[in-house]
Design a binder for this molecule. Structure first.
Ligand code: NAD
Length: 425
């Protein structure tokens, strides 16, 4: 075998992404030459960012932007600040964004970026200089019609405001559509913060209609009570489900008669731990026990690899909506599929954030700002329609496989068909 010569090829995250691509290609019967086209990004840019630190010295940071595929539209994906970011991870994440956006049915390709930095070690001024210089350095390859970044790990609406401003200065006009998840005053949406959790709840609601007769009166357990978990809980409760258990790193609270979600949010905000919730007949249990509770719907919204071959057999939920990225291992996915559990894969279930980004971007481009209600209604319509489209195609063509395998196949198929139509392959 020839020695890998590309700097991302030896990265384990990249290799995992390529394996998933190969599995999807096998299901679709695609030849190796198509895998060869899709396993590389269309463009990978590395930039140098010299920052004048507060101590007067210059420190050089390195950043990347990977543009994986643009057959379905401009590249779209976040930018992360972490001290262990590397090109392999960035390329892999950009490939996953291609599949996620394709599956979500939004007219975007996939992109991702990152700077190798520990943002906690920088002052606010240093962070601003780093952000502005990074965006200026990649400004030739981004733009409202070309590549539209968004926040990711340790970047936020303030970072997007700096990016937007820097880019607007370069092009000489307010380029609202160059980034999404901006502060509301600069064309962002207040409801961006609830959108991923809302989407996780929406697809759980749709799967419940198909599989267990709807969410009303059903019981729900949620692992992780952060940005995703808390809003999934809030909306599922609003639609008539009973939230019986939630957790965070401190442990889990369980009340078979139902928890008060607003009170839980208050307790979590004030004390940072859900185990300080004291209402009703509440019991404290472990995160492992939460996953195995006798509930109808389970929402893993904390971290990866929590549902494994060790506990999959003990899971009693009939519908699992993956808020977190990668909470279920491939072995567990197969066990659950054989047991008749619908696992709505992360790539489909947690696409509410990027779909809301598309809503923000498309209205920015028309020069009109949406109300919160209009934006949420739009997200509901899009995710409901999309979930049902994917669900039907899974049942029709790939029902021998878990929904995840079908989701990847559908996503890759759309990209390949777009490339064929455009004459790229
Ligand atoms: P967050 O940091 O706001 O919340 C995470 C929650 O999980 C916290 O309550 C934390 O205490 C809990 N937690 C962490 N490790 C845990 C463990 N081992 N056991 C139990 N609880 C644990 O993060 P978030 O934004 O809600 O993201 C959660 C997951 O959803 C991540 O996998 C993230 O990648 C994914 N995701 C988030 C978004 C988004 O828009 N926020 C979008 C797509 C995917």
């Amino acid at each position: 075998m020839s020695q890998p010569y590309l700097l991302y090829e030896t990265d384990p995250t990249y290799q995992m992404a390529v394996k998933q691509l190969k599995d999807a290609a096998a299901l679709l019967g695609l030849p190796d030459e198509i895998i060869e086209v899709l396993r590389h990004p269309e463009r990978l840019l590395q930039v140098k960012i010299p920052v004048r630190m507060d101590n007067g010295k210059i420190k050089v940071f390195i950043g990347w932007r990977s543009q994986h595929n643009s057959a379905l539209g401009p590249y779209k994906g976040g930018i992360r600040y972490r001290e262990d970011v590397n090109p392999g991870e960035v390329v892999a994440l950009s490939m996953w964004m291609t599949w996620k956006n394709s599956l979500a049915g939004i007219p975007y390709g996939g992109g991702k970026g990152g700077i190798r930095v520990n943002p906690k070690e920088l002052s606010p001024r240093e962070l601003e200089e780093l952000s502005r210089k990074f965006f200026a350095a990649i400004s030739r390859i981004v733009g409202p019609d070309v590549d539209i970044p968004a926040p990711d790990v340790y970047t936020n609406p303030q970072t997007m405001a700096w990016y937007f401003d820097e880019y607007s200065k370069i092009v000489g006009y307010n380029a609202w559509g160059v980034v999404t998840a901006k502060p509301p005053l600069l064309g962002g949406l207040n409801v961006r913060v609830v959108s991923t959790g809302y989407g996780v709840a929406l697809v759980a609601r749709e799967a419940a209609k198909r599989w267990i007769g709807g969410v009303e009166g059903k019981t729900v357990a949620i692992q992780g009570f952060g940005n995703v978990g808390r809003y999934a809980a809030l909306y599922l409760k609003e639609w008539g489900a009973t939230i019986v258990a939630v957790s965070d790193r401190s442990g889990a609270v369980y009340d078979p008669n139902g928890l008060d979600v607003e009170e839980l949010m208050k307790v979590k905000n004030e004390t940072r731990k859900v185990i300080n919730y004291k209402k009703g007949d509440v019991k404290i249990i472990s995160n492992e026990e939460l996953l195995e509770l006798p509930v109808d719907i389970l929402v893993p919204a904390a971290t990866e690899n929590v549902i494994t071959e060790k506990n999959a057999d003990n899971i009693k939920a009939k519908v699992i909506s993956e808020g977190a990225n990668g909470p279920t291992t491939p072995e567990a996915d197969l066990i659950l599929h054989k047991k008749g559990v619908v696992v709505i894969p992360d790539i489909l279930a947690n696409a509410g954030g990027v779909t809301m980004s598309w809503i923000e971007w498309s209205h920015n481009r028309m020069g009109c700002w949406l109300t919160d209600e209009e934006a949420l209604n739009r997200l509901d319509r899009m995710m409901t329609h999309n979930f049902n489209r994917v669900y039907d195609e899974w049942q029709k063509k790939y029902s021998d496989h878990p929904m995840r395998a079908a989701a990847y196949a559908i996503a890759v198929d759309r990209v390949v068909k777009a490339m064929k139509l455009r004459g790229w392959i």
